[in-house]
Design a protein around this ligand. Structure first.
Ligand SMILES: Nc1ncnc2c1ncn2[C@@H]1O[C@H](COP(=O)(O)OP(=O)(O)OP(=O)(O)O)[C@@H](O)[C@H]1O
Ligand SMILES: [Mg+2]
Length: 372
């Protein structure tokens, strides 16, 4: 009997695991939030991922449980562990993708380079961090943030008064002056075997990933080595299984610092569906099932992924598809089956080319076609 992978969360990451699961002949189930979820095609359960009995009933039908997002609460994860469910990544690793303060503490203990940071719970803490960091800082909620929500660039404690009054501590970071942002993805099996894709450049607009270039231009040499070394150390140090995405800053003085971690396929790896021998979605499934990892070799010189953020004010995104395909035959279009809202990730486009500038122009053109 082939193994059944169960994914908690029905977003586009679960959706893009479906073709990979199909190709490998796996059984595949999704615990989706609603009938409208992006991964509804594979949803065997529609229910609440914070409800212990719902998640337990779902997990009992699966050989291994993995995730589309990091928001499953600790009490649900403990209940699964107590019931003997195989969870990958395991809760002891996942914790560091769920809680940015826990992540900063752990990375400090591992000696991994990261921005200056502090835990803060009061206006006084914020004022003193600002005073020692040139009057600027980045404040973050420790939990629950995504796509830049829960991240504020501040120059006064008044901008985070609400967070000072909340029960949870917040994370303060130095505002890093970076040349660019990078991401290093790595797959890791329970045995410890790893495979890394080349480091990529990511471009964020308003805190949301907009474009990814693989491989990162000029990323060979020291940058490549530092990024790979950090990802290997984090994956082993935290005992991650599955795909780990390490978001990085390349600073203006040529250091590489860790921004944050995700323990699942990540927006910075969508290019790998067409651009690598093994996509991040297939690698994640292989890794969580403890199957041999696939080659991460590139299938083109330059690969560019552009997100489709939001969409036409009127009319379904899908209505644009025929014309987009007609005009942009070189583009690989992915639509997530989500209804457009301003800034929402509803799809992406990938283009492979021998010439980076061509790939950028074509991918932007095709993605833009869905957004006007
Ligand atoms: N310390 C920092 N210094 C400078 N810029 C930062 C810093 N922290 C975050 N940023 C900027 O804000 C963006 C979002 O921050 P972060 O990745 O922590 O938030 P998130 O909402 O958890 O992200 P995601 O969209 O990846 O889920 C980063 O990609 C980067 O552009
Ligand atoms: Mg991020």
């Amino acid at each position: 009997m082939s193994q059944r992978v169960g994914v908690i969360g029905g977003g586009q990451l679960a959706r893009m695991m479906i073709p990979a699961a199909t190709n490998l002949g796996l059984e595949f189930s999704v615990l989706a939030e609603s009938d409208e979820s992006s991964a509804r095609l594979a949803a065997t359960t529609v229910g609440d991922y914070t409800d212990v009995s719902t998640v337990l009933a779902f997990a009992r039908e699966c050989d291994v449980i993995t995730f589309d997002h990091e928001h499953v609460p600790a009490n649900v994860l403990s209940a699964l562990e107590e019931a003997g469910v195989v969870i990958r990544p395991a809760p002891h690793a996942l914790r560091f993708a769920q809680d940015k303060l826990a992540m900063r503490e752990r990375l400090r203990d591992l000696g991994v380079p990261q921005p200056d940071w502090a835990r803060a719970r009061s206006v006084r803490d914020v004022d003193s961090f600002l005073a020692s960091h040139g009057g600027r800082a980045v404040a973050k909620l420790a939990r629950g943030g995504y796509d830049g929500k829960g991240v504020r660039f501040i120059s006064s404690s008044a901008e985070v008064l609400d967070w000072c009054e909340a029960d949870d501590d917040m994370l303060l970071e130095e505002a890093v002056s970076f040349r660019r942002e990078l991401a290093q993805l790595i797959g890791r099996r329970p045995s410890g075997e790893t495979a890394l894709w080349p480091v990529v450049e990511t471009v964020q607009t308003n805190g949301v990933c907009a474009e990814v270039i693989a491989p990162a231009p000029g990323g060979e040499g020291p940058i490549e080595t530092m990024a790979a070394d950090i990802a290997e150390r984090v994956a082993a140090g935290l005992d991650v299984t599955g795909v780990l995405a390490v978001e990085l800053f390349e600073t203006t003085d040529e250091r590489i610092l860790v921004n944050e971690l995700a323990m699942r396929p990540h927006n910075s790896g969508h290019w790998s569906i067409e651009g690598a021998v093994t996509s991040q979605f297939e690698q994640h499934l292989r890794a969580v099932l403890d199957l041999p990892l696939g080659s991460t070799a590139l299938r083109g010189e330059s690969i560019v992924m552009v997100n489709i953020l939001g969409g036409p004010a009127q009319g379904a995104l899908a209505d644009r598809l025929p014309q987009a395909l007609e005009r942009h035959a070189e583009a690989k279009v992915h639509l997530y089956g989500k209804s457009p809202r301003p800034g929402r990730k509803v799809g992406h486009v990938t283009v492979l080319s021998d010439i980076l500038e061509d790939a950028v122009a074509q991918a932007r053109g095709a993605a833009g076609f869905f957004q006007d």
